[in-house]
Design a protein. Structure first.
Length: 338
């Protein structure tokens, strides 16, 4: 009986490409599971959270103007601090009435607590390059307060002379961030000019160390003081005394006494706080260090030695730390006289 020929395994050239495709799909699945699935889940969670916040009735976006405490209740009294928001943090929430004197609060839409609305703003704050440590300044004229430091910023307010402001810091583009009395934040343009005026309205100081003569407004103030002192002496001379000893006692009470006047003016970044007419000399007082006062007067062209003395003068003229009565009028004295 004849044998049947042996059957050979058919050649299937499609098996290798199929195996390669299956391997690639398996690798893609592993990669998706390891690297992409979590990211998609996080993105989905974020979208859900944002959608939830956006759908919260009355929800608004605010930015922290300072480091802000997160609290578990809309009150500083009896509440616990849950954490802190750094300056510039963006949050979404609804405004709650809060309790007096705390004012309104912002209840965060993500359920993470409450922040005091007085520390928040609707605009993201710029970076402050220099802190002014909440220094108070009284506006010396009409001044514009802008909502932001941008060129297209809205005018937030126009303040009258005498309005008190709290200066927080300066920005890189020469604005000053301020806090108004009603809790709003704003920005003043031309920071260098304002910083020079912190002591009060600007004043010029005309001074001749050779003669100890002051001109301008300062000179006028010394003229008024001199007129008052002469009138006082004339009144004493015209007065009838019971005895010569009584006359001498009255003269001694005023002789050699200094007449002081308090001021609040600014001069090239210095704060002029007072002046005085002494028996044979005159003084100006500054609320700045002697070194700073010397530096400013040197920039005005005066030749001042390291010891604070004006050079090449026959009379005394110098800058030094205040002593005695003068210490009540400033930190530094510019004195000139015998």
């Amino acid at each position: 009986m004849a044998k049947k020929p042996a059957t050979s395994t058919p050649n299937r050239p499609w098996r290798m490409p199929v195996a390669a495709v299956v391997s690639l799909l398996a690798l893609a699945g592993v990669y998706f599971w390891l690297f992409i699935a979590d990211d998609l889940k996080r993105d989905a969670d974020t979208l859900i959270t944002q959608a939830g916040e956006a759908s919260t009735p009355g929800a608004q976006i605010f930015f922290a103007m300072t480091e802000v405490n997160l609290r578990d209740r809309p009150s500083t009294a009896g509440s616990n601090i849950l954490g802190k928001l750094p300056r510039g943090s963006q949050v979404t929430g609804t405004i709650q009435p809060g309790s007096t004197p705390d004012g309104p609060w912002l209840q965060l839409s993500d359920g993470n607590g409450f922040v005091a609305l007085t520390n928040m703003s609707e605009s993201r704050p710029p970076v402050l390059v220099k802190s002014l440590n909440d220094q108070s300044w009284v506006a010396d004229g009409l001044i514009d307060v802008w909502a932001t430091t941008l060129a297209d910023s809205n005018l937030l307010d126009r303040l009258r002379e005498g309005t008190k402001l709290t200066l927080l810091g300066t920005t890189a583009d020469n604005f000053i961030e301020v806090k108004l009395a009603d809790g709003r934040y704003g920005y003043l343009a031309d920071a260098p000019s304002i910083l020079r005026r912190l002591g009060g309205k600007p004043i010029s100081i005309g001074f001749n160390p050779q003669t100890c003569a002051f001109s301008g407004e300062i000179g006028a103030e010394f003229v008024k003081i001199g007129t008052e002192l002469r009138a006082q002496w004339q009144a004493l001379e015209a007065k009838e005394f019971n005895s010569e000893s009584a006359r001498q006692k009255a003269y001694s009470a005023v002789e050699g006494k200094s007449k002081y006047l308090r001021l609040r003016r600014s001069f090239e970044g210095l704060s002029l706080t007072g002046l005085a007419q002494h028996y044979e000399s005159q003084s100006l007082y500054f609320d700045d260090s002697p070194a700073k006062v010397m530096d400013v007067f040197r920039t005005q062209g005066f030749d001042i030695g390291r010891d604070g003395l004006f050079t090449e003068t026959e009379l005394y003229a110098g800058i030094a730390a205040t002593r005695g009565e003068g210490a009540a009028y400033g930190k530094t004295e510019l004195g000139c006289g015998v």
